[in-house]
Design a protein around this ligand. Structure first.
Ligand SMILES: Cc1ncc(COP(=O)(O)O)c(C=O)c1O
Length: 394
């Protein structure tokens, strides 16, 4: 039998889904598991968006559409970015995709080739290094260190650049750490990208989930924007993970290649879902405000509880819905602790090493379940780590 190609071999399986499936297996055997592993809001998609979908289906919006995305949605996205970011966006620079993940693939495929290097931050959403490698390039990590609140060190970014570097990938607010890029970081990245003639792929999927001031977007920095693929979507902001809807804002030279990749890979994005998304953007936004307020309350309780436990230290995330806790003081590996928590304590969380070398010694807790469940999970984690601490002393 012929060998499977290195391109598919290099794609990791999704750690959150794997842990979820393991948890489901234990539940089927009678275990009671609190789920803190999956990165999706636990709220229902708001009613007005669901209703808009039904109307679109009944109206017959059930056929192929423009591979770039329906005009109404691209206009609504452009309007929205202008309102939030204060910059003009042309609807022709928007390409709509089935979820955000395709933009990561298309972005890497459109900007990288064999022998190139693409930079990603470690720890990272596993798709970042995966798509860089898939495109035939070398994935070069730049560490985000817990000691500095997982801030990007611009000196380390500069040091990672070689004559082969073509692409810098960014993710702010960041999965798994919740850190954000500051205005100053983005100015420095703008200077570096221009100096070395690099593309930037900026994943801003958590742009509406923040707890201090709204994080800055790459799109606000004109010289950076010229060379950037700015991507966001509907999964997190509007609790639409299963609807599969994302988009990219592109410099003119990348629009046509992106449309061609979209046309050849998926023909187009689901038509009636796009009509519902117009309602998501133009309809009431209080659903987003109340969801973020709930995430903030959960974050505060989760982080406070974790920081009271022996051997655990958790930085307060500024955005997204993950707490990335340093558990190195517990005395066992993150992988082993995640296993014990799942199998013996009924708490599903992700080992930080699933996000890269810098994630070793950390656990990611997604606060995408009710406050009651979070408190229950924290009681269980506390019990487990206290027992481990006692065993260590004895
Ligand atoms: C940083 C990041 N990018 C992209 C995605 C995938 O988004 P989508 O469901 O819209 O494809 C996720 C999902 O967790 C994510 O955390």
């Amino acid at each position: 039998m012929r060998q499977i190609t290195y391109r598919t071999e290099g794609l990791p399986s999704e750690p959150a889904i794997q842990t979820f499936l393991k948890a489901r297996e234990l539940e089927a055997q009678g275990a009671d598991v609190v789920h803190l592993e999956i990165g999706e809001p636990d709220f229902q998609t708001p009613l007005h968006i669901r209703n808009a979908l039904k109307v679109a289906v009944d109206r017959g919006e059930t056929h192929y559409c423009d591979s770039q995305g329906i005009c109404e949605l691209r206009e609504a996205i452009a309007e929205r970015i202008t309102a939030v970011r204060g910059v003009g966006v042309d609807a022709n620079s928007v390409v709509v995709t089935p979820g955000l993940r395709p933009v990561l693939f298309y972005g890497a495929l459109a900007t990288l080739q064999d022998g190139d290097e693409g930079i990603y931050c470690d720890p990272a959403f596993a798709a970042f290094p995966a798509v860089i490698r898939f495109a035939g390039a070398t994935a070069v990590p730049v560490p985000l260190r817990g000691g500095s609140g997982f801030r990007l060190d611009i000196g380390e970014l500069r040091a990672a650049i070689t004559p082969r570097t073509r692409l810098i990938t960014l993710n702010s607010p960041h999965n798994p750490t919740g850190s954000v890029l500051t205005e100053n970081d983005l100015r420095e990245i703008e200077a570096i990208a221009c100096e070395h003639d690099l593309f930037v792929l900026s994943d801003e999927t958590y742009e509406d989930i923040f707890y201090e001031s709204r994080p800055r977007s790459v799109i606000e920095f004109p010289r950076l924007r010229e060379r950037s693929i700015v991507m966001s979507g509907f999964s997190k902001t509007y609790c639409m993970t299963g609807w599969r809807l994302g988009y990219a804002i592109l410099p003119p030279t990348l629009v046509e290649p992106f449309v061609r990749i979209t046309a050849n890979s998926v023909s187009c994005t689901n038509t009636f879902v796009q009509y519902a998304a117009v309602e998501a953007l133009r309809g009431p936004q209080d659903c987003v405000t109340s969801m973020v307020a709930e995430f903030r309350d959960r974050r505060d309780v989760l982080v406070e509880r974790l920081n009271r436990m022996p051997g655990i230290n958790c930085h307060t995330p500024a955005g997204a819905f993950y707490a990335f806790a340093d558990v190195s003081g517990v005395g066992i590996s993150d992988i082993e602790l995640a296993r014990i928590l799942l199998e013996e304590a009924g708490v599903a969380a992700l080992a930080g090493s699933a996000f890269g070398k810098q994630g070793e010694g950390y656990l990611r807790f997604a606060y995408t379940t009710s406050m009651q469940n979070i408190v229950k999970a924290m009681d269980r984690v506390e019990c487990t780590v206290s027992a481990l601490a006692e065993a260590k002393v004895v």
